[in-house]
Structure formats: structure tokens, C-alpha cells
Design a binder for this molecule. Structure first.
Ligand code: PHE
Length: 345
């Protein structure tokens, strides 16, 4: 018996050396035969009791060598098979196929216009200042010289927060003026972009939420001429170097004197007639010299400082720029609509 055990070991060594695992099945067969739970090695170890005592040690070593050989054969076969599988996968790739289309995101048209406006004012030293959308009555109205009985305060126009008579959704970015003026002393030169809310019926022309950009400049000796020049610079950067502007007298509680600025749009076709109501002029923004009462409310001395402010809506400018006829499209986030702006950074 013991002689045949020695002979078997030699035979198994040869068998292992000659094994070529051509596929995963053959590899698995090899594993079961030599390394599985009822494997050959176990029975060879079991033979040790039949070996003469003085050769038991030598026999044990021989069986261990066989075991090590089977294990290393198994792992080298396995890695050979894996790498040849990878090679196979590689060669079945077609590198000339076009890749899957890359979905590039895009900026919202409102953001595009807003960023453009911010860029223009940053070039001449205005700094962006962003503030809260939930405001209190004081910053939105009282500080801005808007009398208690002003119709803008009415529930019809303003969204007040539930169970609150003082907290509201800001109705204009002018609330940022009072926030900034109460927290810092002049010189102040800020631009404040953001969302505003008014309780209006939603239609193709108006919405209950929209965006404005506010500007505020307070320093010593700031004049109406400074304002006009700043706004002319803006209009020319925004609408082209030959753009003409005009200021019409207007009224805002927080500016005195107040004006509205129009840019000359022209009357080339029938659409121009419609959007400019036949005048060729398009209203772009409201502006004026900061009312001394506003400065006093915010603890700035009107004897020392003067300033100007302006505010403009973004949606209308985006609609003009991109020929969008319905403001609601700007809030619905329909991807088919938004995709059209994907080429614009
Ligand atoms: N807040 C005004 C509006 O919403 C615009 C404005 C801002 C006018 C600053 C003058 C000065 O219509």
C-alpha cells in the first residue's frame, strides 16, 4: 500500500504539471479533484498511517509539496483565463463607433441676462450684495419712505407670511438698499440681483415672482449727472454702442427726483410697434436720487452724502433678447424650452 502511495504522488505531480485549463469548466474540475472537500490530497494524507515510521516525515513533506503545486497551478490557470477573457472583450470593442451623445447643461435665460448685467456694473466698481427674500415691513417699505397707507402695502400686492403682519416676501430688491445702508456707512456702491414677489394674476405678461437687479451708489457729491452717465454706460454695454436713452420724470417714494429710463429700440417691423407701443422707446428701469428721508431712516447724514439708485426687471429684458412671448415659459422649466439656450454660456 505504502509503495503505491509514493507512486501515486509522482503520478499526480506529472498530471498537475501537464494540466492545461482551457476554460472555466476545466479549471473547476481541477479544483474539485485536487482542492475540493473530498480531494485527492486528503486521501493521500490519510495514507500516512500505512507509511513506515522512519519515512512518515518524508512522506508528509511530499504530500505538502503536491498540495503547494496544485494550489499554484490553480491560481496561475485562473489568472491566465481571466486575462484572456479581458483580451477577448477588448478585441470585440469597436473604437470607431461614435460615443453616446453628451448632454450638456445650460444656463437659464434669466441667469444669462442677470450675469451680463452684473458683469457690466462690476467693471465700474459695483459689488454684488445679496439679501433675504423674506423681509420685514420696515426694510421693504417703511425705511424706503413708503407711507403706511401706500397701495403697494396692500394685501392685494404683497404676500404677507401666514400669521404675520410684519413679515413678507420682498416686493422689490430696493429692500437691499435699506439692509446695506443700515449696516455700513458710505461710500456704498452695490448691485443687488434677486427674486421678488407680487400678488399679481399670472398671465403671458406678468407673474407673481420675477427677478430684479438693484443698484445703489452713495458718496459725497454724487449728482443726477453721475446717475445718467452710469446708466448710459450700462445701456450701451447691454444694447450696443449706439444705443440712445431718455429719462422721463416718474415717481417712487424712495427717490427724489425719480425717473424711468427708456432705450431707443426702433420701429423696424410690426413687432417693434407692438412692444414699444408705437413710440420706438422701451422702458428698461426706474431710477432716481436717493430721497433724504431714506438716508435719515438708515442713519446716513443727508447733509454729507447723496446718492442714486436704480432697479430693473430681468424677465422683460430676457424676453426681448431671446424673443420670448410668454413670461410663464421662464418659470415652467420645460427642458425642451431650456435646451434652446444650451449654446449660450
Ligand atoms: N423698486 C422699484 C420697482 O420695483 C424700482 C426702483 C429702484 C426705482 C430704485 C428707483 C430706484 O419698480
Amino acid at each position: 500500500m505504502s509503495d503505491s502511495a509514493w507512486g501515486q504522488i509522482e503520478a499526480y505531480i506529472k498530471e498537475i504539471e501537464n494540466t492545461e485549463c482551457s476554460d472555466n469548466d476545466a479549471l473547476e474540475q481541477f479544483r474539485i479533484r485536487f482542492l475540493g472537500s473530498k480531494n485527492i490530497l486528503k486521501s493521500l494524507f490519510g495514507e500516512i498511517k500505512n507509511i513506515e515510521n522512519d519515512r512518515k516525515k518524508e512522506y508528509g513533506q511530499k504530500v505538502n509539496e503536491l498540495k503547494a503545486l496544485a494550489e499554484s497551478k490553480y491560481s496561475s490557470c485562473k489568472s491566465d483565463l481571466q486575462s484572456s477573457e479581458r483580451e477577448g472583450a477588448k478585441s470585440s470593442m469597436d473604437f470607431s463607433l461614435p460615443s453616446a451623445p453628451f448632454q450638456q447643461g445650460s444656463r437659464h435665460p434669466v441667469s444669462i441676462v442677470m450675469n451680463r448685467i452684473i458683469d457690466i456694473f462690476e467693471k465700474i466698481g459695483f459689488v454684488v450684495s445679496e439679501e433675504r427674500e423674506i423681509e420685514d415691513d420696515w426694510h421693504n417699505f417703511t425705511a424706503m419712505n413708503t407711507p403706511e397707507d401706500h397701495p403697494a402695502r396692500d394685501m392685494q400686492d404683497t404676500f404677507y407670511l401666514k400669521n404675520s403682519v410684519t413679515n413678507l416676501l420682498r416686493t422689490h430688491t430696493s429692500s437691499v438698499q435699506s439692509r446695506v445702508m443700515t449696516s455700513q456707512q458710505p461710500p456704498i456702491r452695490i448691485i443687488a440681483p434677486g427674486r421678488v414677489y407680487r400678488n399679481e394674476t399670472i398671465s403671458a405678461r406678468s407673474h407673481c415672482q420675477f427677478h430684479q437687479v438693484e443698484g445703489l451708489f452713495i458718496d459725497k457729491d454724487v449728482s443726477f449727472a453721475d446717475m445718467k452717465q452710469t446708466l448710459l454706460y450700462f445701456a450701451r454695454e447691454m444694447y450696443g454702442p449706439d444705443t440712445k436713452i431718455r429719462l422721463r420724470p416718474s415717481y417712487f417714494p424712495f427717490t427724489e427726483p425719480s425717473a424711468e429710463m427708456d432705450v431707443y429700440w426702433g420701429l423696424k417691423d410690426e413687432i417693434d410697434y407692438r412692444i414699444t407701443k408705437g413710440t420706438g422707446w422701451l422702458e428698461i428701469l426706474g431710477c432716481g436720487m436717493v430721497d433724504p428721508n431714506v438716508l435719515i431712516n438708515c442713519n446716513i447724514d443727508p447733509e454729507v452724502y447723496t446718492g442714486f439708485a436704480f432697479g430693473m426687471g430681468i424677465e422683460r429684458q430676457a424676453m426681448l433678447k431671446y424673443n420670448i412671448s410668454d413670461i410663464r415659459l421662464l418659470f415652467e422649466n420645460d427642458v425642451r424650452f431650456l435646451k434652446q439656450f444650451s449654446s449660450v454660456i
